[in-house]
Design a protein around this ligand. Sequence first.
Ligand code: SF4
Length: 174
Amino acid sequence: MRDGFLRRTVKRVARWHFNVELSVHRAWRRSRGERPHVVVGGCRRSGGCCEAPAIAVGTLLWSVGPLQRVFLAWQRHVNGFEVVRREACERTFVFSCTHFDRETRSCDSYDSRPGMCRDYPRLLLWQANPELLPGCGYRAVAPNAEGLRESLGRLDLTPEQREKLRKGLGLDAD
Ligand code: SF4
């Protein structure tokens, strides 16, 4: 169901909080020398990221029942996310989104979608080997792609080996 005025307002405040927290966290990671992959391409509106939105949480939220219930109630009533399963090894909740229309592959409240939907796939860029969803128009390029491409150019490889390495290392910028 489309978001009404109240829910849009609550989500706007939540988004502000999400963005501040994310900026601080990523600035901290950068200050430790971590460099994410670079995202290229654009959204093809495949809807893959809306099929099963997932949120990883900290130990406290995962293990304290009342906290978890508040979190899930928030996801349900504010974001429209209904929990469908829990993945204990990664402390992750996987949801089904009530805003997602599977036939048209579209979001009925795109303008007020949560911060995590807007951020996708940037969260994945911090992984060693980001795997974006099939059909996604974005791609992750290694942060040191230029240097790696030069090193690759100096190696004695067949075209097939070179292509495989370029793909595996996320060196294709276009
Ligand atoms: S809120 Fe919208 S953009 Fe976010 S998962 Fe649901 S359908 Fe997709």
